[in-house]
Structures are given as C-alpha cells and as structure tokens.
Design a protein. Structure first.
Length: 152
C-alpha cells in the first residue's frame, strides 16, 4: 500500500465521500465501486487518486484541500451576501408599501425603511466582492490541478 503520492510526494489519505468528491468527473463509478471494495486513496495536495494497492486511477481528479476550503468560504460569503440582500429588498418593499398605501403613514417610517435598506447595501456589496474573488480563486485552483501545476 503506497504511503506517499508519486506525483508530489505528499502523504496519501483515504478518500472520504467518494461520490461527492468525484462528482462530475469520469471517475465517479470508481467512487461507487469503492463502497463495496477497498477504499480509494487520495493525495490531498494534488488530487491524484490511487487504488488501495497503489495503482494510479487519475491524476488531479479529486478536489484538493485548498479547493474544499475555498468552496466552503465561498458558500459562507454567499450566504452572508444573500442575507444582506434580503434586508435591502425588505427595506425597499416596506418603503414602497408605506408610500403607495391608502392608509396614511408617518414619513419617518419611510425614511427609516429607506435608510436601513440603503445601509445594508454596504455589507452586501462587500460580501459580493468576496464571493467573486473566491470564485476566481476556485477557478484558478481547479485549472492548476487539472494541468498538474500544483506546487508543494
């Protein structure tokens, strides 16, 4: 059983959640077969997959640890962005509601709704930039992994 990756020399790990990690690759069936046979081994640095007896399955097929962490970061930032966008939308809807309603409202209610919605744009745009940056970084990491350009 190999202990180190032949591509980069990084120690191998057991491939956890093989169907999820190999989804949208042509090696997903190997992940499915690993449920009933021996588990696959993966290099978490370069994404190379080996069988339990040391044969190379695919170079750069599985996501690396850096990609998994970046995907989680992007997911968290997108959730924060969406939360503040909901607050912006709620402020706009309540301002329109108070202006177009047939019942009279105090103008301060409309001003407060517009202010809250407008102030929520600041963190919403901040987290939107973070999401866009994480998306670019994920794309860069994936192309580097697929081309075999991952450095130690």
């Amino acid at each position: 059983m190999p202990q180190d990756c032949k591509q980069c020399g990084h120690p191998l790990d057991v491939l956890r959640h093989p169907l999820r990690r190999l989804r949208w690759t042509r090696h997903w069936w190997r992940g499915l077969a690993s449920f009933v046979s021996h588990p696959l081994r993966v290099c978490t640095n370069c994404g190379t997959i080996y069988t339990s007896d040391g044969q190379l399955v695919a170079a750069g097929a599985a996501e690396t640890d850096a990609e998994i962490r970046m995907r989680g970061f992007r997911h968290d930032m997108a959730a924060l962005r969406d939360g503040f966008a909901t607050l912006v939308l709620a402020g706009e809807i309540s301002a329109i509601w108070t202006l177009m309603s047939s019942t009279p409202y105090d103008i301060s209610v409309t001003i407060i709704a517009v202010t809250v919605g407008g102030l929520a744009l600041i963190p919403c745009s901040y987290f939107a930039r973070k999401v866009a940056g994480a998306k670019k970084e994920l794309r860069r990491l994936k192309t580097a992994r697929l081309k075999g350009e991952i450095k130690e």
